[in-house]
Design a protein around this ligand. Structure first.
Ligand code: DC
Length: 223
């Protein structure tokens, strides 16, 4: 395939599968706009919880979503979501958000609210002279950008993933979140057909990044 002047890289996988570290490294190496869509679902969840809403009250969630003003702020190479002009803080990694985010993320209304927003981010990358965008999440290569230039699916043994989270000092029900994320009706976590599946259980970060970087370099025109 011919190189693209602006590329889209999709990285999907469960919690602690290695998406975040590899997408940040690739963003830096190739000057790609970095998008952590999990932080967007977390920020919206935190906001809905702040408004006193529960994921099983769909009419109220839908009404609240209609009132949220979503925007973007660049922080270095990362595109951060703003809600009402404000970027969410550490509360998006709280125990409550960890426990609730998969329930809110399963709602088609919430996914629809973020779909067009996410598809608009390559335009932000172009506007700021990035060479492309690297977007990490659960449904990027399957739903948001099924025609992305490079699509990767990272996975790892759950015991190893829990060890990684504990090493970060974080308490997270990753198996339970993965179960909900994989079994929901709307955009479930899955390895999309044609994506490159990478088992990160025993691989070093450098090995994982090297495999992805080789595929990305082949799609980019020379700098
Ligand atoms: O990447 P993360 O663990 O911070 O994501 C938090 C939750 O957000 C995850 O459990 C499911 C949801 N999510 C999603 O449904 N779709 C995405 N593209 C990204 C995250």
């Amino acid at each position: 395939m011919a190189p693209s002047p602006f590329i889209i890289v999709a990285i999907d996988g469960g919690a602690a599968s290695g998406k975040s570290s590899s997408s940040r490294t690739l963003s830096e190496r190739f000057h790609l706009l970095h998008v952590d869509t999990g932080s967007y679902y977390r920020a919206i969840t935190a906001e809905l919880l702040r408004l006193g809403l529960r994921a099983d009250d769909r009419p109220a969630v839908q009404a609240a979503l209609a009132g949220l003003q979503l925007g973007t702020r660049l922080n270095g190479r990362s595109a951060e979501l703003t809600i009402g002009g404000r970027v969410a803080g550490d509360e998006i990694r709280s125990r409550e958000v960890n426990d609730q985010v998969s329930h809110f993320a399963a709602l088609p209304e919430l996914r629809a609210a973020l779909l067009a927003y996410q598809r608009g981010l390559p335009a932000v990358g172009r506007q700021h002279q990035f060479r492309g965008v690297v977007m990490e999440g659960r449904d990027i290569g399957s739903v948001i950008f099924p025609d992305a230039d490079c699509r990767f699916f990272l996975h790892a043994d759950p015991v190893e993933r829990e060890r990684r989270r504990a090493g970060q000092g974080l308490q997270d029900q990753i198996r339970e979140r993965d179960r909900i994320d994989s079994s929901r009706q709307a955009s479930p976590l899955t390895c999309p057909a044609g994506a490159t599946s990478i088992d990160t259980t025993l691989a070093t970060r450098e090995e994982v990044v090297a495999q992805m970087a080789a595929a990305i370099a082949a799609r980019l025109p020379p700098a």
